[in-house]
Write a protein that binds this ligand. Structure first.
Ligand code: GUN
Length: 288
């Protein structure tokens, strides 16, 4: 069997076109322009790339985009003061603080300072709690993008066995809650899980979010399973330079799986599309 490739890039284009049309209607009918503020502390090159592409996509959708690039030595107090200012800025409907933050800053404290209504990342404890209890929440962008691709591929997910590899607050835990809400039978596996390949082999749906290049191999996959690869790992090429690979051994897993997302061109573009969609949702809720 050769897996169907789930084209996240193409799907993200359709989501972004829908968002752009919604933004145009908000302008025409209500004279409202959604605004997103992205805050980056320090000079992590990968984070800089993400922040730049988020800003560009925001502008392309017709929304206001502001970027705050702060020095790595910025104090927690200075960052909290900026968030208070953005919370009160009526032209800003979404606030995203790029993670990870430098070690001297308490990430939980910073995320808790963002007004939940503007928390387009869905990381504020009140959005986490709403999602965990099955209520209307701001949903983290990466797992939301994964769910949209799964729904597009399967339709209803009810009753399917899902194994999420990785227990992070950004992907693993919210992904598990979303799949539970879809009535999947959900297992969260992680670095301490015993017999991990056996656990993964049970799954109709595998979501790999561990941050280890090509860790998930073909012998872990039930034939016909759907594999969503959240990993973005930069590795050295033997001939020099680097390339991006996911957490899944793509060429071999694609021979066993029924469907698979590529890296790049799978989950990454959907994450950005969902950030734009969350910003429009936040804007509509704030103005209602
Ligand atoms: N770092 C890696 N992924 C994310 C994300 O989805 N949101 C934020 N704010 N930081 C990240």
């Amino acid at each position: 069997m050769v897996a169907t490739v789930i084209d996240g890039k193409a799907f993200a284009e359709t989501v972004r076109a829908r968002v752009k049309a919604h933004v145009a209607r908000l302008d025409r009918d209500h004279a409202v322009q959604p605004g997103l503020a992205v805050v980056l502390v320090g000079e992590d090159p990968a984070s800089e790339v993400y922040v730049r592409s988020k800003g560009k996509a925001t502008t392309q959708a017709g929304m206001k985009s502001i970027e705050h690039k702060l020095d790595a030595a910025t104090s927690e107090g200075e960052l909290l003061a900026l968030i208070v200012r953005l919370n009160g800025d009526e032209t800003i409907h979404g606030i995203l603080v790029q993670l990870p933050l430098p070690d001297h800053i308490d990430t939980d404290k910073v995320l808790a300072a963002i007004t939940p209504a503007k928390d387009v990342d869905g990381f504020h404890i009140s959005n986490v709690g709403l999602l965990a209890t099955g209520q209307k929440a701001m949903v983290p962008c990466t797992p939301l993008g994964c769910l949209m691709m799964l729904r597009e591929h399967y339709g209803a997910l009810s009753g399917l066995e899902a194994v999420v590899i990785g227990r992070s607050n950004i992907v693993g835990k919210p992904m598990a809650h979303l799949l539970l809400k879809e009535s999947c039978t959900v297992t969260i596996a992680h670095s301490r899980t015993r017999d991990l390949p056996d656990v993964v082999r049970r799954a109709d749906i595998v979501v790999a979010a561990v941050g280890r290049p090509a860790m998930v191999t073909a012998d872990w996959i039930k034939p016909g399973a759907t594999v969503i690869d959240v990993g973005i790992n930069r590795i050295d090429k033997p001939e020099g330079g680097t390339r991006l690979v996911g957490d899944v051994d793509y060429p071999n897993v694609a021979q066993v799986a029924g469907a698979i997302t590529p890296v790049p061109g799978g989950v990454g573009p959907m994450t950005i599309a969902c950030l734009l969609a969350n910003t429009v949702t936040a804007c509509c809720r704030i103005h209602n």
